[in-house]
Design a protein around this ligand. Structure first.
Ligand SMILES: [Zn+2]
Ligand SMILES: [Zn+2]
Length: 646
């Protein structure tokens, strides 16, 4: 019998008889791992634990803590849900049932029946029963026409339509219990691994995301290996609901989205604008220190500009249609890059001019389907804290290090303590997807990796995730609820310098191409602030708070002194409001608490006589009386430190 050599993540090698499975490999490493294993990566591809390996391979066994395992687990749960649905509602047709960031969904067609809350309870209970049978998920390679016959007989036009697009591929079925699905897998070993089930909601979803197609019902659910983990997840969902930026955005008067203007087109209200401008000012100041040059460019551009860049027609689906003006066509800009390249082209550049760093808070427009729009996180107009640096190849690594340093500073300042970094590289097996020559890609990826190492980033490499014009670094930030958000990106680009014919004169007197770094620490300001509102639960640190202090006279008799305090604060650059309402002091304090204003400054007889204020801090309560001058110094220091109060 032939042998195969397996290389473990630490480089250790083991030999097994050909046909050994992930389960056997896990068992040879330890019984604990065999018990916890859910899937295996074979040369970077996730497989079922019971699938035989017939050739040498690099492997990694996945347990619940790995994202690969969670995806496999949740996708397997979607199959289990489908089985439960089919047992209760025979004749249901199934679309697709993928895993998502937290949990899974399945799109289903039940004819005229609309799912009710009671239905969900029933499906959930049935799933719970089915997990107890603990039956395996079995993979079967099926000839294409046999697969077609199976779904013809079953009458599932959605699976038939999917099969139609898979004629040249190997078709696999997965079976568990009484359910069979068309699926590439992978799946967990058996249904018994699913210990806690919760179905969360039902929404409408067009088949294949196309509004011309039938609207299906999408059931969202989540499962866990223990009840405790499910309880904890549901507790966090509750907390997330309280922090929902759409709700807080309205309560705190930060932004407004109204059909009178249009879906996905946020209007920034005064308080939200202050927050936004404060963030902008912070980044602009950091950029100024690092030698960035500001530019301003228009919101539309000639269509030819985007033909040159390839954004049109390549990304046509995600853009608004061109606007005809006289004999020309214009596009609402989907990207700032092509405009910025014109700045580079405005005059001849020499090697001494580089790096050239230009920056703009540039507003861009993207077409998103109305069903996809969501508060500030999915919008049709947003502002990117965009910068393009044009660098010589020998400057690339240092420049990347500086960009990483800036992004780290931004996250640290905003209280995002944890983040992971994904280095998104091309897939050498699928070169057609990526523009540019091989040598440039190798060079770009080497520089990115060296910069990531030099800056001690906690990173992982994602093959095939690069942009079409170059590799990138994506920052995945954990917020206060330990949810992951992709904020900040850095991209290295050798393709646009070619397309726009960007050049500089080298020290050798010859023409050379610069390399472009595209970077945005916030990414989209809209999305970033949406995340920030939820991260802080609307309780912004003092330097960001739209209203930093409220001056509250106890009675009208103290109004004159209160005005003096208010003026003082304003002169010191502190954003203060004077509460002149004819309300009881207790009511006013509660009201400012609800609006999450960091400091409440109460003034009465005692305070006036002592030239002081009684200070209350949001959520902390009474800090006692403080002389006016000392208070202002305290606030100014806290603002200057950009202190993060948690
Ligand atoms: Zn599947
Ligand atoms: Zn760009």
């Amino acid at each position: 019998m032939s042998q195969i050599t397996i290389t473990l993540p630490d480089g250790a090698k083991k030999t097994f008889p050909s046909g050994a499975t992930g389960q056997q490999i896990a068992r040879s490493i330890g019984p604990g791992l065999a018990k916890d294993a859910l899937a295996i990566s074979v040369n970077g591809e996730v497989w079922d634990l019971f699938r035989p390996l017939n050739a040498d391979a690099d492997i990694r066994i996945h347990t619940w803590k790995d994202d690969e395992a969670k995806r496999t687990y949740w996708h397997s749960s979607a199959h289990l849900m489908a089985e439960a649905i089919e047992s209760i509602f025979p004749g249901t047709k199934f679309g697709i049932g993928p895993p998502i960031e937290n949990g899974f969904y399945y799109d289903i067609d039940m004819g005229d029946h609309s799912l009710t809350a009671e239905d969900l309870v029933k499906i959930e209970a049935t799933m719970g029963e089915f997990t107890k049978r603990d039956v395996p998920y079995e993979r079967q390679v099926v000839p294409w026409d046999e697969a077609v016959r199976y779904f013809q007989k079953k009458g599932d036009q959605y699976k038939l339509e999917l099969l139609d697009g898979l004629k040249d591929q190997q078709i696999t079925f997965y079976h568990q219990g009484n359910f069979t699905d068309l699926c590439f897998g992978p799946h967990i070993p058996s249904t018994g691994r699913i210990k806690a089930v919760k179905l969360l909601s039902v929404a409408g979803a067009y088949w294949r995301g196309n509004e011309k197609n039938k609207m299906l019902q999408r059931i969202y659910g989540i499962t866990f290996p223990t009840q405790n983990e499910l309880d904890e997840h549901l507790r966090r969902l509750e907390e997330a609901k309280k922090r929902d930026h759409r709700k807080l955005g309205a309560e705190l008067e930060l932004f407004l989205i109204t059909p009178n203007v249009g879906g996905g087109l946020p209007i920034w209200l005064p308080k939200g604008t202050i927050l936004r401008e404060t963030l902008e000012a912070f980044l602009k100041e950091e950029q100024r220190k690092r030698g960035y040059m500001p530019v301003v460019t228009p919101h539309i551009g000639n269509l030819n500009l985007y033909r040159t860049s390839g954004h049109y027609p390549y990304y046509k689906e995600s853009q608004f249609a061109p606007i005809k003006v006289e004999h020309e066509e214009y596009l609402l800009k989907p990207m700032n890059c092509p405009h910025h390249h014109q700045v580079y082209l405005a005059k001849p550049r020499s090697y001494r001019d580089l790096p050239l760093r230009i920056a703009e808070f540039g507003t861009v427009y993207r077409y998103e389907q109305s069903g996809e729009l969501n508060g500030l996180t999915r919008v049709r107009s947003f502002t990117v804290d965009d910068s393009h640096m044009y660098v010589r190849p020998d400057q690339l690594k240092d420049e990347l290090c500086d960009v990483i340093d800036l992004i780290q500073l931004v996250f640290r300042t905003l209280g995002f303590k944890d983040f992971k970094t994904r280095l998104s590289f091309r897939d050498p097996k699928n070169m057609a997807k990526f523009a540019g020559d091989d040598a440039s890609w190798v060079e770009a990826e080497r520089n990115i990796k060296e910069a990531a190492d030099a800056m001690k980033l906690n990173y992982f490499i994602a093959i095939g995730e690069a942009a079409f014009y170059g590799p990138k670094i994506d920052f995945m930030v954990l917020d206060a609820l330990r949810r992951t958000w992709q904020l900040g990106t850095v991209q290295v680009d050798y393709v646009m310098p070619e397309r726009f014919n960007l050049e500089y004169t080298g020290s050798d007197g010859q023409k050379h191409r610069p390399v472009i770094i595209h970077r945005a620490p916030f990414g989209s300001l809209e999305r970033f602030i949406g995340v920030l509102i939820e991260h802080y639960a609307g309780e912004f640190p003092l330097w960001l708070a739209p209203v930093q202090a409220a001056v509250i006279p106890i009675t009208d008799n103290h109004l004159d002194y209160a005005k003096k305090v208010h003026e003082d604060l304003k002169s010191a650059g502190i954003r203060a409001e004077l509460d002149e309402r004819n309300e009881k002091i207790g009511y006013k304090i509660r009201d400012w608490e609800v609006h999450k204003v960091p400091y409440m400054l109460v003034v009465g007889d005692k305070e006036r006589q002592a030239d002081a204020v009684a200070v209350r801090q949001h959520k902390k309560g009474d800090l006692g009386a403080m002389p006016r001058a000392a208070l202002i110094e305290r606030l100014r220091k806290e603002i200057g430190d950009k202190a993060f109060i948690s």
